[in-house]
Design a protein around this ligand. Structure first.
Ligand code: 5GP
Ligand code: MN
Length: 326
């Protein structure tokens, strides 16, 4: 029996948390894990420092997610889809963890292994995929609630089974989740064909300001834009996907001014250009083709630094690709 399975089997009260600025995999893996462990008779508290974006509010259990810290009675802490401890935000700080056992479940190649026990699988396309496999290892029945949450994580992190890390195993997991009652077309429509008028207006403004240089395409979202259009949590996350589709660009980046003044950067790359080292060098993290960071600098300073780094990465990637073809 693996250490992870034993840790989960012996736990009685579990505090589970995922990352700030939650996306579909943060919420899907958190809630899927919550339902699986509840089916095994555990008491589980799902926590997130930031609000659940409206598009995921109807997931089973979403209304229960709160910005709470662990209680003294919780005997196991679990982190899902967070590549480092700071990504958990206010719900689980280093002080909150203290000497308590922390299990980290994650698929980021940049994961810092900040738990007492770390289940890290960078070959998994989503943390939800890992939770599904873990649930099966635990012998837990996957019901419609957990399947719906987990398939949401699988579908959103693979952009609807289109990312380079979409393996046969992803499709096998998705098939089992559908068989357990998850509605794939509804999840896909809710994730991708569903946005507010304001967020499409924001996309229009962002695309209007888009620039392309040396294989790097970028745009920026200022607080003025976000406030004027009343953009809510998660409602700007899709813009980088439009930029990443530009044929002439190997790297795409969206700079977003947060309400605390820090700049959030969201990056995407063509297959073969690894963004994970770029994100790490900026103090962030992520995957080879999708990564990010948050920098406490001005918009212009961040833009200058990140675009320079991405231009270097694109140039190196192009030299290497030419070399491979020669
Ligand atoms: P996105 O661009 O969709 O916000 O994030 C892409 C990937 O980069 C995700 O896997 C996300 O977890 C990671 N990421 C985004 N922003 C940050 C950040 O500020 N810090 C860290 N460590 N990872 C980030
Ligand atoms: Mn993920």
């Amino acid at each position: 029996m693996s250490e992870v399975v034993e840790m989960l089997q012996t736990a009685r009260r579990i505090f589970a948390a995922s990352h700030i600025d939650p996306d579909g995999d943060a919420i899907g893996s958190l809630l899927g894990f919550t339902w699986i462990m509840r089916r095994l008779g555990k008491t589980v508290t799902p926590a997130l420092a930031d609000a659940v974006p409206w598009r995921f509010c109807k997931l089973p259990g979403a209304a229960e997610i709160a910005a709470v810290k662990p209680s003294p009675d919780d005997d196991l802490l679990v982190s899902l889809d967070a590549s480092d401890q700071s990504r958990l935000g206010s719900v689980l700080t280093a002080d909150d963890i203290g000497e308590r056992p922390l299990l980290v479940i994650d698929h980021h190649v940049t994961n810092t292994r900040f738990g007492a026990v770390n289940l890290i699988d960078p070959t998994a396309a989503s943390t939800a995929e890992m939770v599904c496999l873990l649930g099966e290892e635990l012998g837990a029945p996957i019901d419609e609630a957990s399947a719906t949450c987990l398939l949401t994580g699988v579908v959103t992190d693979t952009l609807g089974f289109r990312t380079t890390n979409t393996t046969p195993r992803v499709l096998e997991v998705a098939q089992r989740l559908m068989q357990a009652g998850a509605n794939l077309p509804e999840i896909a429509r809710g994730a991708f064909n569903n946005q507010s008028y304001a967020s499409l207006r924001l996309t229009a403004e962002a695309l209007n300001k888009m620039q392309l240089e040396d294989g790097v395409v970028w745009t920026e979202l200022t607080q003025e834009m976000l406030k004027r259009l009343e953009i809510g949590p998660g409602d700007a996350a899709g813009i980088v996907g439009y930029l990443a589709s530009v044929r002439e660009a190997d790297a795409a980046v969206v700079f977003r001014e947060r309400d605390d003044g820090r700049i959030d950067i969201s990056m995407r790359s063509k297959p073969g250009l690894n963004l994970a080292p770029v994100a790490l060098s900026l103090g962030g993290g992520g995957h080879p083709q999708a990564a990010g960071a948050t920098l406490p600098l001005s918009m212009s300073a961040v833009r200058e630094r990140v675009i320079a780094e991405l231009k270097r990465a694109v140039a190196a990637h192009r030299t290497q690709t030419v070399g491979e073809k020669a």
